[in-house]
Design a protein around this ligand. Structure first.
Ligand SMILES: [Zn+2]
Length: 490
């Protein structure tokens, strides 16, 4: 539905237009539909699907990559098909994959793929929970949140049109702009807003939308809300409260190491659960649907799935043994972890290789272990890259050839660029390094990492000092600007 533009947004849009780009606001309104109440979904909006293969390559190069689990994947994709059908879009692309990430989390992509983290699989009690999480992730796809989210991730790459799209959606939350500012200032303001205050607001809102969407499909498919999506949010809330990060395997995660990043930008799981439950109470059917616990238990008890989960559960135990100074015991456990259903799994092989290194194994033996991942159904960039790094100087030409083969296998996905730049840099391959560094400047997500990986320690120190100075200058400039506007005297 078309609404009149608010003065602030109108002003910004016209300032942006001065900058050379004009975008229609109505387009934005169509691009981001909303769930107005639980039980009603907006009609499926038009979608621009991003490339499926590129999306998968990106995920395989992220962290330790994806996990191969045929039986579990088959089951999850049956649930995903049920969700698409319930939402009236049975023919949409995308599938469910397992991420080796051990946090209690999941994410979705603009290609229509949903990635469930191993931590989530391990902690779930019922099919209802898994269904709820899948439905929540699918909501981000259905409601086109990815398009906006990815626009944020590549914000400095994003076209002005995307920024205007974000502005259009959040026009009511934008600060006013001063008409005397030039187009350049407005663009800078847009960037600042996108990074500093728009996204937190946006995150909160899209999560609420996705929660309402998940609740709608839970009702539609007669799943249990209390044992399902509510139970998941409660689990998440308990983890948040303990402030141990969201890792049911006990490891310290990046998310846990950066407190505040999650807290500031998201409503807490507790707040989300309470808000959603209040809306759900009058809508829940009587008698309440029974939780589908037996169905889920059957799935996780299947031989290969059970072994996969058991091996992931060994990871914190191995870490404890290492911390306790028992490398030989850690090695034995790591050998078990990298066997059977996970014999070629990237995560397990990296853990095993590390345990071998600590007990003095040769580079050749360590590399041979990592290369088991090469013929595994899910190849991990991290494991392949590490294999290429574990070579003697004489083996360098082989390592380069090998890594370039891997680079091609992973579709030259941008996420591998910083690694490749670092590899070329360390091996004095100046021409290859410069060529790829240049290419890397085209992707804002990895630009800085590419620069960093092609620097000596001294250069990194110098760059850090320069960045600190620049930040101070920026701050002074904005401060001055504010003072000018407010006519304050120093
Ligand atoms: Zn979400």
């Amino acid at each position: 539905m078309k609404r009149p533009m608010r003065p602030g947004a109108l002003l910004l849009a016209s300032l942006l237009a001065l900058g050379g780009t004009v975008q229609a606001d109505e387009k934005t309104e169509q691009a981001l539909p909303t769930v107005k109440q639980i039980g009603e979904l907006p009609p499926p909006p038009a979608h621009q699907w991003s490339d499926l293969t590129a999306d998968l390559n990106d995920q395989r190069a992220s962290g330790n990559g994806l996990v191969s689990a045929p039986a579990l994947s088959k089951y999850l994709n049956t649930l995903y098909a049920q969700i698409k059908t319930a939402a009236g879009v049975a023919d949409w692309p995308g599938a469910v994959y397992l991420s080796s990430d051990t946090t209690l989390n999941a994410h979705a992509s603009a290609a229509g793929n949903i990635y469930l983290h191993m931590g989530l699989i391990r902690s779930a009690d019922t099919e209802d929970e898994i269904f709820g999480v899948l439905a929540h992730e699918f909501a981000h796809i259905y409601l086109n949140h990815q398009a906006a989210y990815e626009a944020h991730q590549v914000a400095s790459n994003a076209t002005t049109g995307v920024k205007v799209a974000l502005l259009g959606f959040f026009q009511k939350k934008l600060p006013g702009a001063n008409p005397s500012w030039g187009a350049f200032d407005s663009l800078a303001l847009v960037d600042g807003v996108v990074h500093d205050s728009l996204i937190p607001v946006w995150q909160r809102e899209v999560e609420e939308q996705a929660d309402m969407f998940a609740a709608t499909l839970t009702l539609r498919e007669r799943y249990s809300y209390p044992s399902g999506y509510k139970a998941f949010l409660e689990r998440l809330a308990a983890l948040e409260q303990r402030e141990q990060g969201s890792d049911p395997f006990g490891g310290t995660t990046a998310a846990a190491a950066a407190p505040g990043t999650g807290r500031k930008t998201h409503a807490t799981a507790r707040e989300r659960e309470e808000a959603l439950t209040a809306k759900m109470l009058p809508l829940m059917p009587r008698p309440r649907p029974a939780a589908r616990k037996a169905q889920w238990q059957a799935v996780v008890k299947e031989k290969e799935t059970a072994e996969l989960l058991a091996h992931f559960a060994l990871l914190p135990e191995i870490a404890k043994l290492q911390t306790a100074g028992r490398p030989a015991d850690a090695l034995r456990m790591a050998q078990t972890a990298a066997s059977g259903a996970t014999a070629g799994d990237g995560t397990m092989l990296l853990v095993l290789q590390e345990a071998m290194k600590r007990t003095g194994a040769s580079l050749d033996d360590q590399r041979a272990v990592l290369l088991r991942n090469r013929n595994w159904p899910e190849r991990s960039w991290a494991a392949q890259y590490q294999a290429a790094a574990l070579v003697t100087p004489e083996q360098q030409p082989f390592a380069k050839e090998f890594l370039q083969e891997q680079y091609a296998y992973f579709g030259e996905t941008p996420r591998t660029w910083p690694d490749m730049v670092g590899f070329y840099f360390r091996n004095g391959d100046n021409f290859a390094q410069l060529a790829l560094s240049l290419k890397c400047t085209t992707d804002a997500r990895f630009r800085d990492a590419c620069v960093y990986n092609a620097q000596t320690d001294a250069q990194r120190q110098q760059a850090a000092n320069q960045a600190a100075n620049r930040q101070q200058q920026m701050l002074n400039r904005w401060e001055q600007k504010l003072k000018d506007k407010l006519k304050l005297n120093q």
